[in-house]
Write a protein that binds this ligand. Sequence first.
Ligand code: AMO
Length: 434
Amino acid sequence: MQDRTYTADAEPGDEVTVAGWVHEIRDLGGIAFLILRDSTGRIQVKFEKDEMDDELVETGLGAARESVVSVSGAVEEEPRAPTGVEVVPETVEVIAPADPELPLDPSGKVDADLSTRLDNRTLDLRKPDVQAVFEIRSAMLRAVRERFRELDATEITTPKIVATGTEGGTELFPITYFGREAFMNQSPQLFKQLAAGSNLERVFEIGPIFRAEEHNTPRHLNEATSIDFEGAYCDDGDAMDVAEEVVTAAYEAIAEECADELDALGLDEEFAVPDGEFPRLTYEEAIERINATGELDEQLVWGDDLSTEAEKALGEDVGSHYFITNWPSEIKPFYIKDHDGEPDLSTGFDLMHPRMELVSGGQREHREGQLIEGFEQQGLDPDQFEYYTKMFKYGMPPHAGFGLGGERLLMTILGLDNIREAVLFPRDRQRLSP
Ligand code: AMO
């Protein structure tokens, strides 16, 4: 709209046109107020019934809550108004009326359950705390991008429709691709490796991954945002350094740029950027510590994956972000390299928040022969991956990388209970629209 002023920018003495939603009408008899809301805040519009044109008063005060209105008039100082200023209207136009029966209350006075909120996301996003989550998500992704660029990584985008899966056969979404079976990609894993093996050397991608997860849990989505890194001439230690930097950069940017949003979420007091390096425990140390907590019914033994309960017990014990390194090779995917001379010990690592896993990564198997053996050991047919293995014939440098769950990062930064709160339109086992 031409010459529209954001409510936050309206200063006494200005002649403005503000446009936004009717947040509330307060009718005190001879005087009434329309509280108009836009993305920057709210402003009071004053109606003095006896002194103003009847039609103007009726239009302004007759607009149902959440209708979109445009108001032109003079901004005056008013210490009693919520923002210290008010608009004395000369014209009021209802641009888009709202049905007075709202499916949820955007003022937040009446609580709605998550399902109703997600079904009516546009109205839900009119609440300042919900808006804040997505402003922070945007700042977080910007910070992650900037840090990758500072680390000399090039942003790439890779196909989401693929011929084969990489992260285990049970979690694939099949689709039909011109009569052939294809899948939604679970991870940019193989493509980012193929890119790192080129002169690009260091690459990153922020994009969707698709997982037909068995479980409907508060920390799994069927479409998630993966923040991926891959770097040539990097080993597992280097990839952990990058993961740590990127996660810390997200916290720093939010602390610096999102004071109002943290305030809207009630987090301004307690928000803390992780300080120092994240401890690096080996898998062996991790299972010993878990066993020592006495929280599990059965003691863990070498080769066990860590259950949710095990992760929880260790998270409480460590109390900060931490890495688990040197996983058993048998529970890490085929593309993860083993430690030299130790075929049972992989270079795979996870970065954990005390509440959950955020990252998986590792150094990759860059030797063609060993890579093909790895496929066979995992029961995969190397011929199906020929487009990938072929490139290991032509000078594939050692390389390492990781995948960081974008929603899990946001969820843990903000202490959200459910991962669905961190996505505009989440996809889970029940939810395919909106
Ligand atoms: P992985 O499968 O562990 O590793 O995924 C990496 C990270 O992505 C996030 N994530 C999810 N978040 C929400 N819902 C899901 N269903 C979901 N699945 C995964 C998690 C997880 O830690 N190719 C490797 C990465 C690599 O080695 O570079 C991979 O995809 O935060």
